[in-house]
Design a protein around this ligand. Structure first.
Ligand code: PBG
Length: 331
């Protein structure tokens, strides 16, 4: 049989000729429903302090949070993610501040629960100790090694505290083995069976986290690297095992992080599991693109292009520091 799918019978440029036709054949689209907006919070009153490493991003005091939540709702952003900048005076080697009922995250959750309980906005909080430890690691150190099982005990308490304060989505970002199952069990036992778990199941030991570590104040304190718990960027098969375990342990969604250098991993998980996959376009990716735009090396459309690539790869949603800016444009 003659192959008709070839030139000159077939001209793929025909479908691309007009804007309306290009619209008809679009496979992936981005909407504000796809966005999760990370927000950095800090102590003080009426603070809006620029994060030096992330142009256009600020740390806000809790009294400014309501305005941000309103903005998210107005723009139909489904969920915000809260990250605390803990003063170094409150950090210790066990990350005790993580369990303080009055820490920044708890204050923020209480405020949101009080004012927006029945409103259509979700809250997500990281479960990990790095914002609270004076060594910058995500867990408890024993002989200079992050002790898995001791760390889980604290992460379980941190999760319960956040759930009690009204957090909707608990997001363990620590990469300890077995923590999803333990957290799920504890949540269920304490009446939080409908609190969701977003597992940072596939989190690489990445060089793209630098600007974030500066933003939460863990950069200076971090001793060594996180390679004995976060994944090696040379691997992808291991990602399948991580996700398989977390699905079994009760995760509701899984995250791949960072984003753009790992589109192959998003696709791999999308093709092998039914669980929703989220991508995290991390601080280093944000700053690269933002600096490119600010220096007239890229144009602004690069933002939408980068975010649409996650959708094309199979992500259901993207955590991105561009969330507010992009949602404004998408409306
Ligand atoms: C900490 C955490 C990190 C990020 C989110 N949660 C950094 C790290 O693991 O060192 C990075 C986010 C970003 O770079 O935007 N558990």
């Amino acid at each position: 049989m003659k192959n008709i799918d070839s030139y000159p019978n077939t001209r793929l440029r025909r479908n691309r000729k007009k804007e309306w036709s290009r619209r008809l054949i679009q496979e992936s689209t981005l909407s504000s429903n796809d966005l999760i907006w990370p927000i950095f919070i800090c102590e003080g009153k009426n603070v809006k302090k620029p994060v030096k490493t992330m142009p256009g991003i600020y740390r806000y005091s809790i009294d400014r949070l309501e305005k941000l939540v309103e903005s998210a709702m107005n723009k139909k952003i489904p969920m915000i993610a809260l990250f605390p900048n803990t003063p170094s005076s409150k950090k210790d080697n066990k990350g005790s501040e993580a369990l303080n009922k009055n820490n920044l995250i708890c204050q923020a959750l209480k405020l949101i629960k009080k004012n927006y309980k029945d409103k259509d906005i979700g809250t997500m909080c990281d479960v990990a100790l790095d914002p609270y430890t004076n060594h910058g690691h995500d867990g408890i150190l024993k002989n200079n090694y992050v002790d898995n099982d001791e760390t889980i005990k604290i992460l379980v308490k941190q999760s319960l505290l956040q759930a009690e304060m009204g957090c909707d989505v608990i997001a363990p970002s620590d990469m300890m083995d077995g923590r999803i199952g333990e957290i799920r069990k504890a949540l269920d036992k304490n009446g939080h069976e409908l609190v969701q778990i977003l597992s940072y199941a596939v989190k690489y030991a990445s060089n793209f986290y630098g600007p974030f570590r500066y933003a939460i104040g863990s950069k200076k304190s971090l001793k060594g690297d996180k390679k004995n718990y976060q994944m090696d960027f040379k691997n992808s098969r291991e990602a399948l095992r991580e996700v398989a375990l977390d699905v079994k342990e009760g995760a509701d969604f899984v995250m791949v992080k960072p984003g753009m250098p790992y589109l192959d991993i998003i696709k791999l998980i999308r093709d092998n599991f039914k669980i929703p996959v989220f991508a995290y376009q991390v601080s280093g990716e944000y700053s690269l693109i933002k600096n490119g735009i600010n220096n007239h090396i890229l144009n602004e459309e690069a933002i939408i292009e980068s975010l649409t690539s996650f959708k094309r790869a199979g992500a259901s949603a993207v955590v991105t520091y561009f969330a507010e800016e992009v949602a404004k444009k998408l409306r």
